[in-house]
Write a protein that binds this ligand. Sequence first.
Ligand SMILES: C[S@@+](CC[C@H](N)C(=O)[O-])C[C@H]1O[C@@H](n2cnc3c(N)ncnc32)[C@H](O)[C@@H]1O
Ligand code: SF4
Length: 353
Amino acid sequence: MLLYIHIPFCDSKCSYCAFNSYVDKFSQREKYMHALSMQLSYELERFGVSEMNLIETVFIGGGTPSTVDPTLYTKIFETIAPFLAPTVEITSEANPNSATYEWLEGMFAIGVNRISFGVQSFNDEKLKILGRAHNTAHALEAIKNAKKIGFENLSLDLIYGVAGDTKELLSNDIEHAFSLPIDHISLYSLTIEEETAFEKTPEIAREELKITQWLFEQIGSRGFKQYEISNFGKTRSNHNLGYWEGKNYIGLGAGAVGFLNDTRFYPSTNIEHYIEHPLEITEEILTPEALLSEKLFLGFRSCIGVDEKNLTLKQKKEADLLTREGILTYHNDHYFNPNFLLADEIALRVEGY
Ligand SMILES: C[S@@+](CC[C@H](N)C(=O)[O-])C[C@H]1O[C@@H](n2cnc3c(N)ncnc32)[C@H](O)[C@@H]1O
Ligand code: SF4
């Protein structure tokens, strides 16, 4: 069982971001955290969490979890304490400008053992273009502080495929990243989302296949293995792996999504409504076809692969053909895709049969 907790507050709205987050609702923070606790108690029961069915990973994402004081998380951590697996991975996202020494120390003290920093770039001009509230110095300091405090597992997010990116700029990003005590990188190509500032200037997104491949090689050659199209590490994120393996997850908060067997759960995305009605959750039952399609897309985009027992006879024949063509590999009853950039194409080809 996985647990995702959504914190929908941000200091400023980045030009590319469509995540459910607000810059003008900080006055709701305490009430919001209380509503999360109410939903949590309800979900622990609905998902049958117990000493026999423990929580393997927790991920606090956003929005910006570092805009909320660690003391406001304690109630949630007290509630889940009896149900945490001994090896539990507890990640929090953090923005370099709000992840102060005190905030990091407070989160470490309540049990967070992994931090994922939204760095995006180590170039101050690019950070301005992206609309970030932090600069390079903030990022370097926050990550070094996290290590000093005792966090062993540190990750950072980088964005590429932005107009103005040069090999030199991206090399500088990679060099800075590897000068830090991190064990994981999430590398995202800029996508233009609806209702973002970049929607009006879509030409800002410029992914070039050659640069993408070069970036993958740069990160790989420094010992971080690519285990999903956007994720590289000496250590993998068990929470990410859990999603791709199709594990059940509780989704707490405004804009979160939960998943149990074949059903998705959607709490309200509106903060005020969520605070008043944290148990008003919309359900969506997925068809067997939709579940299989998700297994194919996630499996071929990651090191999880696709279990042959999920495929129809015709789909299996197509996967065998792709294996003979050298596009897929096959072992332990699973098909694996060694080139994640081809994932969607392969998934569509297999799904079509
Ligand atoms: C939930 S978001 C934000 C985490 C945190 N608030 C931050 O900004 O540092 C996680 C990551 O998704 C990536 N991301 C969000 N929107 C994106 C977009 N439109 N294109 C590419 N990457 C995006 C960013 O790298 C971001 O750090
Ligand atoms: S990228 Fe992070 S900080 Fe920026 S708006 Fe999105 S969630 Fe907030």
